[in-house]
Design a protein around this ligand. Structure first.
Ligand SMILES: Nc1ncnc2c1ncn2[C@@H]1O[C@H](COP(=O)(O)OP(=O)(O)OP(=O)(O)O)[C@@H](O)[C@H]1O
Ligand SMILES: [Mg+2]
Length: 238
């Protein structure tokens, strides 16, 4: 049995007085791939942001490996191995692609950049361009590559495929699966492309108005037509 890498207990959180998440509990083992699904506005981004320490938490706890990170600020969680690629991309517009990537290295040698360039050849072509000169899809790649370079033990990805061409989506999902396969990286993926998420994940949770409404395997979800229609608003999965 692999060790539990992320444990969330009875988590309630939101923004100021606005409660969004209510009593969410789940755990993810080391090297696992968890898809976080749900219709728009159901709390997926809020869940990842809360794990990263960027919302107001009312109740509950979050553990990363054997460390309770509940009271830690964002930067300390990142230091403990939590990597977050937010839905709103944050790259440095006045730095070049390469300089943006240096920021993600966290003290690793500079030749580690080749890992990012291997995953995203497009970034290598544009290494000298400023962040502000990148297309939306390229910014997306840069934001993701920078976080992965820091070798997080838990990687939180909020719609990493948004704005990317289909062929790149497939390559990227394959690259994420490869990262998880080593067992060193646990990945939580929020994704609207349900089939892509299910092909990637080994477990699924679905949020409904900030609560955990369904949990199981991708196969069980494909077979549960009621849950698919009620919680995801789509007619069926193949
Ligand atoms: N900064 C904020 N302040 C107050 N309420 C917010 C804030 N951000 C999000 N919300 C509210 O929290 C709820 C959940 O939003 P969240 O962004 O987590 O949903 P989501 O599942 O990621 O949706 P989407 O699929 O559209 O990205 C929504 O009702 C939203 O209006
Ligand atoms: Mg969102």
């Amino acid at each position: 049995m692999p060790a539990t890498q992320l444990e969330v207990k009875n988590l309630s959180a939101g923004y100021g007085a606005t409660r969004v998440l209510e009593g969410v509990s789940f755990s993810v083992s080391a090297g696992a791939r968890l898809a976080v699904l749900g219709r728009n506005g159901m709390g997926k981004t809020t869940l990842l942001a809360t794990l990263a320490g960027q919302t107001k938490r009312y109740e509950g706890s979050i553990s990363l490996g054997t460390t309770d990170v509940t009271s830690m600020p964002s930067a300390a969680r990142a230091h403990k191995g939590l990597g977050y690629v937010p839905q709103a991309r944050c790259i440095f517009p006045t730095l070049t692609v390469e300089e943006n990537l240096f920021v993600g290295l966290k003290g690793r040698p500079k030749n580690s950049l080749e890992e990012a360039y291997g995953m995203f050849p497009r970034l290598k072509e544009r290494r000298s361009n400023l962040g502000s000169q990148l297309s939306g899809g390229e910014q997306q790649m840069l934001s993701t590559a920078r976080t992965i370079l820091g070798r997080p033990s838990v990687l939180l990805l909020d719609e990493p495929l948004e704005g990317l061409a289909p062929v790149i989506c497939e390559e990227l999902m394959a690259a994420f699966a490869e990262l998880a396969k080593t067992g060193d990286m646990t990945i939580l993926l929020v994704e609207q492309r349900i089939q892509s998420a299910l092909d990637f994940a080994d477990r699924v949770i679905i949020l409904e108005r900030g609560r955990l409404a369904w949990t199981g395997t991708p196969k069980a979800l494909s077979d549960d037509h009621d849950a698919v229609e009620r919680l995801l608003g789509v007619g069926g999965l193949h």
